[in-house]
Structure formats: structure tokens, C-alpha cells
Design a protein around this ligand. Sequence first.
Ligand SMILES: C[S@@+](CC[C@H](N)C(=O)[O-])C[C@H]1O[C@@H](n2cnc3c(N)ncnc32)[C@H](O)[C@@H]1O
Length: 431
Amino acid sequence: MSGSDNDDLEKELLLAAVESDARACEVQRVSVIKKIENEMETDPEQEVNEAAPETVIKEPIVTTQSHETAPKKRKHDVIEEDCKKQTGYASVIETHYNKLEEKGLDERNKSRIVYMRNFHNWIKSMQINEYIVKIKDSKRHNVPIRVLDMCCGKGGDLLKWRKAGISHLICSDIAAVSLDQCKSRYETNKRNGSSYSIELIHADCTKVRLREKYADPSIKLDLVSCQFAFHYSFESLPQAECMIRNAAECLNPGGYFIGTIPDANELMSRRNKAGMNKFGNDVYKVSFECDTDRPPLFGARYNFHLDGVVHCPEFLVHFPTLTELAKKYGLKLVNKEKFYNTFERLKLEGRNLLSNMSSLETYPSDQSTVGTSPNDYTHAENFLKQNNEDRRMKIGTLSKSEWEVSSIYLSFAFEKVKNTWNVDGTPKFEF
Ligand SMILES: C[S@@+](CC[C@H](N)C(=O)[O-])C[C@H]1O[C@@H](n2cnc3c(N)ncnc32)[C@H](O)[C@@H]1O
């Protein structure tokens, strides 16, 4: 899809929102939309960074193996009241994640999507490492690093935090069962030498102001990470705003909000290519449950089914809207990148980790491959033909079906900017 097609899609999203979205609180929404409209006139970032979904999905291949005061209470009351009015999909999402079984390592290794999951873990590790390094570079030696892992799930990133050498971690999630598992994992890791402290918060991060739940509500965070979860907040504007406020309000200036989400443009493009509201392959399926001709800015719902891991309602994240909302809370976009581009940028630096985490499947392999369809490794065969005279050479790759999932996602990073104060005590951010 060309840059101008992306622009068209965004204009369509915008028009649809203007015409049909009655869920969100109107005054805030209109002001966000106005700003987005202005930005969209000249949005070079969209032109440059959006991958072209029509380019047949490119599989990854590597050869061989000042303390901010809270904004005025009245404003928050409005957000919270708006959220509470909506029962929405929170309980469906919560029940889904609470029911997800904790599978042992053996079981996980047998999964059809084991390499894709490992690859996503590699992406998260590289992203966490990249921003931890920036934070450490900007601090004096041994200054404590404090992190919020928003929507932490079962604590899949606890070891990454250990490796990052942080001092304190706040974990929050809507699913109490996942949070219990996160706690047990933390205790096991602690016995094995993890030295950071932790606090766990059971909360709907799209409806609850996390700061009020922190052991120390005046805590200053260096990093907020929200992996594979921020899109749940795009059910409505108040929810998205609550989640962004949670991400932003305790961050130090110079701190980062990082995460990974499905790319709405990619999903819409696949829907358009399929010519219907359902598409997928043998490992994932998406079915849109909203008006795809005019998807609303918030509440553009689709069901996502992934090989027994996720079967859950999700919402398109219109990225320019996210960027605008983030600005309101002092967050400046510093990176937005499709997974393939992250892989290309970091594959040399992260080569050892790719291998240690078994993030790519070895091809050809002595064992049977996870993909069984004849097309699953055509890209690898072609690569070998083009690059290899020595037929014994092996490469690392993902099966086509797995890559069709990974290539839906993008990672993002926002930096918290400095602020001065308005006479009414609200922060004035210095962009
Ligand atoms: C795909 S999992 C990702 C878990 C973890 N971040 C990771 O990368 O392994 C999504 C998580 O988001 C959580 N979640 C979804 N909606 C939420 C909400 N409104 N508030 C808090 N957590 C939520 C789910 O319970 C689930 O644990």
C-alpha cells in the first residue's frame, strides 16, 4: 500500500469517527480530531515509515545461527466517570486472560507458533534493552531505575527486567490469575538472584488511575512498558486517555513509554486485500466486528484468534490519534517501527540473543519443521538458491504463517518531555 493509500485510510478513519462515533466524550474527541486533521495535512512520518502491506510479507532471515503535580482533580473525575459509565469488553478480556493456562516450557516448545513467540520475545528484549541503555546513559552510575510494566500478564518480561538491572518494578494487569502467576515467577526468580523489588496492582489500566494505587504515589518512573496490550484501551476515548495518563504521569522527563501493538493500517490493508471482514491463515484469524468501510476512531473492534493463545476482542489503534493523545500528556513520539524493520535494524546487534532465545527456526532442519504447508518455507528456499552455492548452509527464519502474524505488529516509543507550569498549576509541556 502506498503512502497515499495510508493517508486515504486515515482520512476514512477520521471521517468515520466524525460521523458515527457517539461513544466517546464529544468535547475531547473533537479537539483531538481537529489536531489530527491539521497534522494529517503534512504527516511525513506516515509516508516514510508505514510498511507497504502489498509488498508480499518479507520474512526475517539471518544466515547461520522536577516533580509533576497531578492535573486538576476535576479533569480526572471526568475521565474516570466516563470510563465507569461503560461496562464495555473489560470483563470479556479479563475472563479470557484469567482462563489462559500457564503452560510449562516443554508444552510451549511444542507449540506451532513457538518461534514466533520467541521472536516476539526477542523484539521486546531488544526494545527494553535499547531504552534502558538510553536511560542509563542519561543518569549517574548506580542511580535506581524504576519501571512500570503495564498489562504485565503472567510476568513474561520479568527476566528481561532482571537483565536490565532495574531496581523497582510495578506490575499491573486486569487478570488476577495472571498477576498471581507473575508473583510466583518473581519469587522463583528472586530465589535465583533477581534483586529488584516489585509491587503488583490488580486493576483495569484503562479505567483506574494507577498512581493512586502505588505504594508511593509520588514515585518517579524511568520507563513504562506496555507490551501487546495497549490496543485494548482503544475501545473508547476515555479508556485510551486513562491508559496514556497512566503511562505518562509518573514518568521523569527524559523517561520513555514503550510498547508493541497491532498496526491498524496493516490489518485494514489485509481486510481490503481479502475483500471481506474475515481473513487469516492456519495460525491466526481476524474477524472484524465493526463497520470496516468507515471504522470509528475508537471501538473499531475485531476478534483475534491465535493458535490457542488469544481469542479476544481487540481494537484498532489509529496511530495519529495515539500520537495526539500522547502529546496531551507530555509524550513525544520518538520511534514507530514495524517488527520487520526492528529486525533489520537490530539483527546484527541481537544476533547472539536471537540464537539463545531460539527466535528463528533453522532451515533446512534435520527435524520436522513447525510449518507443514508447502508454501511455508518457499522464501527460505529462494534465499538459499540466491545466496548459497554451498547446499549445506543453514539459515534462521520463520514459517510464512508465523511471519504473517509477526508482520502485523509494530513497536513504539514515546519520550516524556520537560514541562513548566501554567498559572492554574497544570503542566505546560515543552515540545
Ligand atoms: C497479550 S497479553 C501480554 C502480556 C505481557 N505484556 C507480555 O508481553 O507478555 C495482554 C495482557 O493485557 C492485559 N490487559 C488487557 N486489558 C487490560 C486492561 N484494561 N487493564 C489491564 N490489563 C489488561 C491482559 O490481562 C493480558 O495479561
